[in-house]
Design a protein. Sequence first.
Length: 369
Amino acid sequence: MSGLTAERTLPNGEVSRGEYRADGTGILRAWGALIPRTWEIRGDDQLCITGEGDTQCYRLDKSSKVPDLYRAREVSTEKAYEFTVTGRVARARADEKGIPPEAAAKGGPAAPSAAEIAKELSNPATPVSSLGNNIEYRKFKGDLPGAGDQESWIYTFQPAFPFPMGDGKILAFRPAFPVLLQQPVFDAATGSFEDKGVELGDIPFDLAYGGTSKSGLITLAGLFGVLPTHTDDAVGSDQWRLGPEFVLGVTKRWGVLGGLFSHQWNVGGGSDEPDTSLSSLNYFYAFNLGGGLQFASGPTITYDWEADNGNRWTVPLGIGLSKTFIKGGRPIKAQLQLFYNVEQPDAFAQEWGVKLTITPVVRNPFIRK
């Protein structure tokens, strides 16, 4: 095993590669991420590899008929996988489509586990590319007539393609494209609400540089902005907004914890609209429960500096569960979150909401195989 590289080519063409050193450590390169591994020999015939708190042990046999062909049999399940060895490179022969989901979720010497990918996707400084699909239901309350009867549905598409900058750092540009399927808007002339939809909302984005240190410290810094891309003036602003963004967090074996702070001012457009000065804190957590399951959520607290006293804070509490699984070699993360606002503006604001997110991992075009 010492000095051996284990490779697997997934059906989608992505190559994952485990590099194992003589000192019992290793690195798995998969989907752009560098995932730490350790390995050891137990007894006379077991090779054991540990990653993200889970250890898998294998017994290895060499074919007596085919040169360079080996079979690895997982000790706990007796599942067998074939691989060839050329020089110091072992290449898996198993087609990922033929591996049961429960086996694929465990990963292997040359493949990430669901738990490892789940932890990566919980880290805002991950180099892993993904396509976030969010559907959110919101229920409102407030002093305006009929406020308590209002609800909304929003679909948001959020792609993430981090650009690797070396030394574990990334440059990330993450836009979010909101489609308002149903959005209540108050008409002051009639004193009642009307529903708008289907409309494109204003597009928020961030551009940030940073990474994760060897100790697990997550740091990012950059810009946060909002583009006036709405297709109906009733559901957006004509202002161009921009401001700073900072992320501070930590990733450990138990999970990920941190916060993303941003502030935005209006820097152009919307001259007939009130000034904008809005601070936000997106606090996020993900506690690993094993097998790609996490107790995780990411609510966003906001403070409106331009609002009247008593109407400046929006403070949600959030809980959620997420499950990462591997289908046909591709990791997919599903998450369900529940939010409840313990503080919000009096006139009209969200009271509670539910958010479903489906996030498939995709190949990062900025990372060579």
